[in-house]
Design a protein around this ligand. Structure first.
Ligand SMILES: [Zn+2]
Length: 338
């Protein structure tokens, strides 16, 4: 009888998207899966300790790496987020590792990848994760390198592609109003545009630097060290990275062993509850973006036509094209960072 009541409570919570801690701590998650009902309660696995709604009204910008506010997490609470998927080579292993520990995460999907692997998007939803947005094409020059109309188009196309893959239809606005900029490269005007649409902008609080070449062990140690220093936070990972997929089972075990708790974020109504950054805060991502000069504008002038038979007039033009091409390649390579 007690169990039936809990199931009813959880069902009501699921419908209303209201946080009901009893449903998401230990045995109550469980309406879905007996393994997730008993194991966390017995202390055998990590589980998901609670979920919080993030109100999207006005398009709050969250995450201390980029913004002077973040989610109100308690000490030893973490939110897991994965970018750039779905990716058939690695996302299934990530999902299996999360499922084994009954952990719910948030996936910021690239629309193009969602188009190519809709079954993985549906699996993420079926397994209870939050599906969010990360543009359609993840442009190498970031949104800062696109003109306003192209940036709008890429973001909107991403919303539609993810929703089509996830739900079989796309409305004017995305169903889950969470967005993360490729490379964290926002602009004031795009932030205002998303804000008018009540789309929350996610930065992050810490990352594993999983865009760098590392062994799974090295990556896990680095992430744990950073987490121990900060004690809590939104964590950025990439479900497209082999090393991340390989280190995740051990990382989740270590989180459990060290007393960390998982918080699952879902979209909510009204304004987001946030906490301010400590005094002296500065944007780390802005410093990185400036260092990389992430304001490239593609050349607009046409290549001058060389006179027929004049090989000398061809040479400078070819050099110019080559130089731009290498620069673009470099930007593309660096943009894979986030
Ligand atoms: Zn990305």
């Amino acid at each position: 009888m007690k169990g039936q009541f809990r199931l009813l409570l959880c069902f009501a919570a699921a419908l209303s998207l209201v946080t009901t801690p009893a449903c998401f701590s230990g045995r109550a998650m469980a309406a879905e899966d007996e393994h997730c009902t008993t194991a966390p309660e017995n202390g055998k696995i990590l589980g998901t300790s609670r979920r919080i709604e993030v109100g999207t009204q006005g398009g709050p910008a969250i995450g201390f790496k980029s913004y002077p506010q973040s989610l109100p997490l308690n000490d030893h609470e973490v939110v897991l987020t994965f970018d750039d998927g779905p990716w058939p080579g690695t996302t299934p292993a990530i999902l299996s590792a999360l499922a084994a520990q009954c952990v719910k995460a948030t996936f910021f999907l690239i629309g193009r990848n969602a188009n190519a692997a809709p079954a993985l998007v549906r699996r993420e939803i079926e397994e209870g994760h939050t599906i969010a947005h990360h543009s359609f094409s993840h442009p190498g020059v970031t949104m800062r390198g696109l003109d306003e109309a192209k940036a709008h188009s890429d973001i909107d196309k991403g919303f539609a592609a993810v929703d089509m893959a996830a739900y079989g239809k796309a409305e004017k606005e995305p169903r889950v109003k969470f967005f993360r900029y490729p490379g964290f490269a926002d602009t004031p005007s795009l932030n205002a545009w998303l804000g008018e649409r009540n789309i929350a902008i996610f930065g992050t609080d810490l990352w594993a630097s999983d865009w760098l070449k590392m062994t799974p062990d090295e990556e896990e140690k680095l992430l744990l060290t950073r987490l121990e220093k900060q004690g809590r936070g939104i964590i950025l990972l990439h479900d497209t990275k082999q090393a991340t997929a390989a280190m995740l089972p051990k990382f989740l075990e270590d989180l459990h062993e060290r007393g960390y708790r998982i918080v699952h974020v879902i979209p909510g109504s009204g304004s987001a509850e946030t906490v301010p950054a400590p005094p002296g805060w500065t944007s780390e991502t802005e410093a990185i973006l400036k260092q990389r000069q992430y304001l490239p504008k593609p050349p607009t002038e046409k290549k001058p036509k060389a006179a027929k038979g004049s090989s000398a007039s061809h040479r400078p033009a070819r050099k110019a094209v080559l130089r731009l091409s290498l620069r673009d390649q470099d930007i593309l390579r660096r943009s894979a960072l986030f």
